[in-house]
Design a protein around this ligand. Sequence first.
Ligand SMILES: Cc1cc2nc3c(=O)[nH]c(=O)nc-3n(C[C@H](O)[C@H](O)[C@H](O)COP(=O)(O)OP(=O)(O)OC[C@H]3O[C@@H](n4cnc5c(N)ncnc54)[C@H](O)[C@@H]3O)c2cc1C
Length: 489
Amino acid sequence: MKKKIAVIGSGFSGLSAAAYASKEGHEVHLFEKNNDIGGRARNFKTDNGYIFDMGPSWYWMPDIIESFFEEFNRKASDFYTLVPLDPQFEMVFSDGVMQIPHHYGEMKDLFEKTEPGAGKMLDRFMEDAQYKYETGMKDFVNKPCHSWWEFVSPKIAKSALKLDLLTNFQSFVRKYFTHPKLIVLMEFPVIFLGAAPKDIPALYSLMNYGGYKLGTWYPMGGFSKIIDAMKEIAVEQGTIINCNSNVEKIIVKNNKVSGLIVNQKEINFDTIIASSDYHHTETKLLPEEFRNYNEKYWEKRTFAPSCLIYYIGCKEKIPNLKHHTLFFENDLDLHTEEIYTDKKWPTKPLFYACCPSKTDPSVAPENSENLFLLMPVATGIEDNEEIREIYFNQMISRLEKHTGTSDLISKIEYKKSYCIKDFKEDYNAYQGNAYGLANTLSQTAVLKPSLRNKKLKNLFYTGQLTVPGPGVPPSIISGKIAAHEATKN
Ligand SMILES: Cc1cc2nc3c(=O)[nH]c(=O)nc-3n(C[C@H](O)[C@H](O)[C@H](O)COP(=O)(O)OP(=O)(O)OC[C@H]3O[C@@H](n4cnc5c(N)ncnc54)[C@H](O)[C@@H]3O)c2cc1C
């Protein structure tokens, strides 16, 4: 039966859910509160010619993103050009830098040079990580996770041990490598998963495979090219997209969702897929008696970090800077403790600089540089312009030291900060989270917030706070699973 379906939110998960539900022949209306689509992956243009991606900048797991396009008989290359980054990125340590090459053979040489024997160990690590990637990203990840029974199969039983769900990532990495720089290098990708390496299952070495082995890519024109492509596909399939459309309420009648209040107007729907932040959807849009979780539940969750971001337009080229640079001169463990345990502004932060104009001239005026600085911070802490500025100055002076430049501040012709307050205001993000829930073992699969409402049969959730988790590829998959669940009856 053809249903009238509403999707709340236009990030990767919302666009994906809308495209898949439309493909099934349903009438799909997508509502986005902001004036443009993309959610955390929006971009903005400045009057003086800079185009800033607001969120994601690491294009990893290209095969997973490609499979979205394939399901609509399209290719990513119909919409944008992907280029490999070589080096993939640079890491700045207190005693020098390390460049991570695109080609695996060169990466092995680097490992071997840093720690004799580590080249061979990298092969073994990647062989194991590939298995986890194939099983995790192509099988496990597509499950709606209503019950553990979904995971009961001879194939999964056979693979359970090899997936290392019960080993933590920190000790797993140390079985292969001993050099502190190699350890930090291998642990860095799981920071994306929103918890300290000691709290993340070793299953997630699949991230090292999906990143380092498959390479780090960049979509020319920026990440919004993926958003534009997904929008085009959703619209082609029949989705009607409405921006500046704030969903104020999910209406429940006779124990069923009957529609939405959007910009003070009631609209009837048969089914709702909410990709807005889960906590916001439940506590602000839904009457209390129909919520899956109460406030105590959310207080007990481990959230992935928020972050302090600076979008900077620099009117001169910055020498000695790569597309991606990780400033890891300080201790990773101390910074993660301050994010997850102490929940305070970091004393000796690590940060990340992205300079896409090194690869893509379209994102900055000629002879200028587009710079994005990101420092992970705890969710829910005090946030104001004065605090942000202290860290801005620290990041700039470390950038100057690394690039051998001086007085970068006088060359800045555009500057905008973004932090906890903005995540709350722009995306209704619980405690200003940037990356959703941490992928700890106790927040994996069936233990994540449920994809369906347990009391209302026609309400579903999607996005980085439910299965399979945070990140661009998982959010796209989340939309697909939610659309399937919402349309299958
Ligand atoms: C700074 C940053 C850097 C990142 N870097 C990377 C990276 O390099 N690689 C990677 O893979 N991932 C990265 N991520 C993670 C990735 O971007 C996210 O996991 C993904 O974009 C989440 O998509 P989503 O659809 O779940 O949520 P969102 O993008 O937040 O979409 C939800 C949408 O719902 C809308 N909404 C909320 N409430 C309402 C309402 N009441 N009415 C209407 N609309 C509403 C919001 O405005 C928003 O547009 C990054 C995230 C951030 C923030």
